[in-house]
Design a protein around this ligand. Structure first.
Ligand SMILES: [Mg+2]
Length: 209
């Protein structure tokens, strides 16, 4: 069993709270925070389920989003381990996911931070994602949105924090502010891992100034 790189699940409890909006935060900003690849480590969970090493280890496949293409497998084979709620509910945190969440809450206040996540084709994905939020971020359950067309929510002052190049591009084209989280599978793959969280902090603060 591989050890998740991020904090252990048990680090977060239902009593965990985040910074409330301070009086000097402008009221018109809202942050929409992606889950897979930002908070939840989908790639690590998928690789563990398949018994495969990360295709992004040692700088390989930088910028390639399509894992099925890297491994030369069919879409059906790729999604096979993801067809249970347990898969989604048990995804580990990313190494910097909790810091990203705290940064968002600090920037705009916790009540203006929403979870915006794309489910897979399986209805079990919807269920498992809700279970993940219920376990780790129960106070955010009422601010969780599941849809595959994130950009329809974009507007000025609305910030999407996401690891997918396409999602960020569409969000920006629709009038919103996009913050791409550096990850090995997107266009910021060359950034050093040690600077990821600083890059995200800076981008979020600049986006909500
Ligand atoms: Mg994502």
């Amino acid at each position: 069993m591989r050890t998740p790189p991020g904090p252990k699940k048990t680090s977060y409890t239902k009593s965990e709270t985040f910074t409330n909006r301070s009086d000097d935060v402008k009221n018109n900003f809202k942050i929409f925070l992606d889950m897979d690849g930002v908070l939840a480590d989908f790639v690590l969970g998928w690789c563990s389920a398949k018994g495969l090493a990360s295709p992004y280890a040692n700088g390989l496949n930088g910028g390639e989003w399509d894992i099925a293409k890297i491994f030369g497998m069919s879409g059906e084979a790729f999604w096979e381990p993801c067809n249970s709620a347990e898969f989604w509910a048990n995804l580990p945190w990313t190494v910097d996911g909790y810091e990203i969440l705290k940064t968002c809450c600090k920037a705009v206040g916790r009540d203006d931070v929403y979870l915006l996540t794309s489910p897979s084709h399986s209805p079990e994905s919807w269920k498992g994602k809700v279970q993940w939020v219920q376990e780790f971020l129960p106070s955010m359950q009422g601010r969780m949105i599941q849809c595959n067309c994130k950009h329809v929510l974009a507007r000025p002052g609305y910030v999407l924090v996401d690891d997918c190049d396409v999602n960020i591009d569409r969000w920006r084209e629709s009038g919103g502010v996009g913050v791409l989280v550096p990850r090995p599978w997107n266009k910021l793959h060359a950034r050093s891992v040690s600077s990821w969280i600083d890059d995200v902090r800076t981008a979020i603060m600049e986006a909500t100034e």
